[in-house]
Design a protein around this ligand. Structure first.
Ligand code: ZN
Length: 198
């Protein structure tokens, strides 16, 4: 791609470093960006910078937000005694889209994966245990059904059970490893309603 010149090559390289963007898509995006009016490119660039600067993790549940407490954690109408544990903010969004879950969340920001060297201390389990010292009736484990998701669920249930708090797991075989966002809402609701005691 030497004939493009280093500026274009650099842009293509940056874009193709993003997940799901192959070199062909990166090229297409690069040429699109170059043909855009300069002010539009500036708006795009500044929204990237602003989002990165202002978005942080909710101090309670760990989801991405631009406030100290996310809108769910700060909502008094939510049932704060029911905590659903999810792998990431995308999974939280998938459950929120169903509009039926009234409890709050805990975002682990990952799953236990011995293959990738991710242990229990690398995800937000400690933070969850701190929250469980408060008034909590139920912990719903909604990690995916991948090997890592199941491993995490098992570890988590062993951790929570001694506290005497009810532990449930969403119906198995429904969400496939970290891709909850692609599952339709009816299926998600069924998984939630069909949750089993651990
Ligand atoms: Zn929160």
């Amino acid at each position: 791609m030497e004939y493009y010149g280093s500026q274009i090559n650099n842009l293509i390289e940056q874009l193709s470093s993003l997940p799901g963007i192959g070199s062909k898509t990166a090229q297409r995006l690069a040429f699109h960006i170059i043909s855009m009016p300069p002010e539009k490119v500036e708006t795009l660039a500044s929204s990237l910078i602003q989002a990165r600067k202002n978005v942080r993790y909710c101090r309670e549940c760990g989801t991405l937000t631009d406030q100290e407490l996310c809108p769910i954690c700060s909502d008094p109408k939510r049932e704060h005694r029911t905590i659903m544990v999810v792998e990431n903010s995308r999974d939280l969004t998938a459950y929120e889209k169903t509009g039926h879950y009234k409890g709050v969340y805990h975002v682990l920001q990952g799953v236990i994966s011995p293959q990738l060297g991710i242990g229990p201390s690398d995800i937000r389990l400690k933070e969850l245990m701190v929250r469980l010292r408060g008034e909590v009736d139920e912990v719903i484990i909604a990690t995916g059904s991948s090997l890592e998701g199941e491993t995490t669920a098992m570890y988590l249930s062993r951790l929570v059970k001694p506290t005497g708090i009810r532990v449930t797991r969403i119906a198995s075989g429904v969400p496939v490893g970290g891709d909850l966002e692609y599952i339709d809402e009816v299926t998600l609701l069924r998984a939630l309603d069909g949750r089993v005691e651990l």
